[in-house]
Design a protein around this ligand. Structure first.
Ligand code: VGL
Ligand code: ZN
Length: 199
């Protein structure tokens, strides 16, 4: 599979138990992900990387409850507990994640006004992160995605990649979900509809 890559989404302290936006069992996938890395000629890690006071943080919007919804110029947006602040401990990769085998680390969510769930586009669905160009110039066409969270960053990344023409597989055994108001079920249906292979 010389044209394939493993994309490891947001395996960071804040998405693991004890973190600011903890995903149940987020730490349970780390060893399995490490074990998969040597099977791929390319390994890319993504890192959620928000400036302090990011517009997607509940703490930034007066009186807003974490996990409530707001309307942004680019559409509806969940207001998350403040998380993955640039340079913070919570933004670091899980200490057991093997970052040595990564060819590239892609940071996203650094635009203060736009969130970025997807590794390919910000939440306006039009501002590119550059990952598509990176993969295409390396001749990579097949992507296997793992990480956190199944229903947000993995989902948006997988659907965008499929729509861009990549062959995409999501290994759900190496993902964990937030599952906010049925978001996991909707994400699974959306990924399947986009042609993502769910394993
Ligand atoms: C994520 C919510 C906010 C994720 C990132 O990695 O799924 N979810 N930021
Ligand atoms: Zn985030």
């Amino acid at each position: 599979m010389p044209d394939s890559a493993l994309i490891v989404i947001d395996v960071q302290n804040d998405f693991c138990p004890g973190g600011a936006l903890a995903v149940d069992g987020g730490d349970q996938i780390v060893e399995g992900i490490n074990g998969l890395m040597r099977d791929f000629p390319a390994v890319i890690l993504t890192q959620d990387w928000h400036p302090e006071g990011h517009s997607s943080f509940a703490g930034t919007q007066a009186g807003a409850a974490p996990y409530s919804m707001t309307e942004m110029p680019y559409g509806p947006q969940v207001l998350w507990p403040d998380h993955c602040v640039q340079g913070s401990e919570g933004a670091r990769f899980h200490p057991s994640l093997n970052t040595t085998l990564a060819d590239m680390i892609l940071r996203k969510g650094y635009n203060p006004r736009i969130d970025s769930y997807s590794a390919f586009f910000e939440n306006d669905h039009s501002t590119p992160t550059g990952l598509e160009g990176y993969l295409r110039t390396r001749g990579i066409e097949k992507l296997t995605m793992v990480g956190l969270a199944t229903d947000y960053c993995v989902n948006f990344s997988a659907v965008d990649a499929a729509n861009l023409g990549f062959s995409v597989t999501v290994r759900t055994d190496l993902c964990r979900a937030i599952d906010l108001d049925g978001s996991l079920k909707a994400a699974m249906a959306g990924m399947r509809a986009a042609g993502v292979v769910i394993e």
